[in-house]
Design a binder for this molecule. Structure first.
Ligand SMILES: *Cc1c(COP(=O)(O)O)cnc(C)c1O
Length: 433
């Protein structure tokens, strides 16, 4: 049996394992729904990114884990111990990292509408960079920095005008995005002029992030070229050196067997080559490079376990398999129509002979895990594993229908431990008065 993630296997009992741990036993021990993360896969993914950036770009690069993919203290501790930096997009993600003991100097703080409270906190704890999104934020940050007597390092979020969401990427003349400064209107350059003259912030770098779940490398190469051209323009016209270039995240992963992401090495090799060539052609120094993978570190490491409650066969139409989870813990189907691979964990060595719709328990017809999914014959009491759910599942979960958020358990070489406790009924009413 082949699975989308290579940490999944079948043991002698015919049960699905993750990182060598029996998932049916995990379901019995911790209950379902349950998020399970394989620590070794997280670590391996961190090392793949780290090693490739070193191999192709030397000591001039750093990997920041985009914590919005899965933010909890244990995840911060693991990626921190692998030497990665971190991206945060809210005061909540910053606070989680700080409480986990993450070095603030290795944190980049993002967001298209940071509040003054968030900016003050970021300056106070001394984050490495604040990635400024718009001119009003720059002005507010200057004031906050002055009040605190600090000079934070900033990067500007730039819209490079690359549309990577389509398979054939196209350069858009006019970019429609809520994130960042536009290049072609001159907005970005004006902001740079202002920041360069600014006493209370230090303009360190420029940043772009072209999208998510991208399989093509070409749009990243194109974005790097556009950004380096902008860095050269700043040098030539303002005699100011931009030292850092952040190329964002968005590397695609395998959710289904037909997905075929390129190894990260290949990405880094090609992008590093483009950067070196462009810097030579433009006569600028090679910038320090940052990349920000989120999904590609967390997603393949995780699965979600559910218990089947009911099987409903509608002749000639479809079979519904109802599970004890929902869009509240797995929101990507209802948000984007995302697809996953599923396995009946206690029948993992059997063939997938059926096509079913896996349905959640929320009061929404769209509350599905997926439609037309190949699956082993599933009945009440079976355990279903949905694969590659380590990113954007727990982090996007809600309490819709007042459902309690599942626990997050990490497995490591046959051992398991709770990283986030399952919510209790009292947690559900904790803030009610
Ligand atoms: C979401 C995001 C990322 C990570 O994207 P993935 O697709 O999870 O790799 C990186 N940088 C920024 C600015 C983001 O908004």
């Amino acid at each position: 049996m082949e699975f989308v993630s290579d940490n999944l296997n079948v043991n002698e009992k015919g049960n699905l394992t993750i990182g060598g741990t029996d998932t049916v036993e995990l379901a019995a021990k911790y209950g379902t729904p349950l998020y399970v993360m394989d620590e070794q896969t997280v670590r391996t993914n961190c090392r793949r990114f780290n090693d490739s950036i070193k191999k192709f770009y030397g000591d001039m690069g750093r990997v920041h884990y985009a914590s919005k993919a899965l933010s909890c203290m244990e995840m911060c501790r693991i990626v921190g111990s692998e030497g990665l930096g971190l991206d945060a997009v809210s005061i909540g993600e910053l606070y989680t990292a700080v409480k986990a003991g993450f070095d603030p100097a290795k944190i980049g703080f993002h967001g298209n509408n940071k509040t003054n409270e968030e900016l003050s906190y970021a300056v106070e704890i001394g984050v490495g960079h604040i990635i400024v999104d718009n001119i009003s934020e720059l002005h507010r940050l200057e004031k906050i920095a002055e009040e605190q007597g600090k000079k934070p390092h900033i990067m500007f979020r730039i819209k490079p005008g690359i549309d990577a969401h389509t398979h054939d990427f196209v350069k858009t003349g006019q970019i429609d995005s809520k994130f960042g400064f536009a290049l072609e209107t001159g907005e970005a350059f004006e902001a740079v002029k202002e920041a360069v003259a600014c006493k209370n912030v230090e303009l360190y770098g420029v940043h772009c992030h072209i999208g998510s779940q991208i399989f093509d490398i070409a749009p990243f190469e194109e974005a790097a070229k556009v950004m380096l051209t902008f860095i050269a323009k700043i040098k030539n016209e303002l005699d100011y050196e931009i030292k850092g270039l952040n190329l964002g995240g968005g590397f695609g992963i395998k959710y289904l067997n037909e997905h075929d992401p390129q190894p990260f090495e290949v990405f880094m090799e090609r992008v590093a080559k483009v950067v070196a060539e462009q810097c030579g052609a433009l006569n600028i120094s090679r910038p320090f490079i940052y990349i920000e993978p989120g999904r590609s570190i967390a997603a393949p490491a995780g699965i979600t376990l559910y218990t089947v409650g009911a099987r409903k066969e509608i002749p000639n139409i479809r079979t519904y398999i109802s599970i004890d989870g929902s869009m509240a813990d797995s929101p990507r189907y209802i948000l984007y129509g995302s697809e996953y691979e599923a396995v009946v964990a206690n029948k993992a060595n059997e063939e997938r002979t059926e096509r079913v719709t896996i349905a959640g328990k929320c009061c929404e017809s769209g509350d599905l895990i997926g439609e037309n999914m190949p699956l082993q014959h599933a009945e009440a009491g079976d355990i279903i594993a949905v694969c590659a759910t380590g990113a954007y599942n727990y982090s996007m979960s809600s309490n819709y229908n007042r459902l309690q958020k599942p626990a997050v358990v990490f497995v490591n070489n046959g051992e398991s431990r709770i990283a986030v406790k399952r919510e209790t009924l009292d947690d559900i009413i904790r803030n009610d008065v």
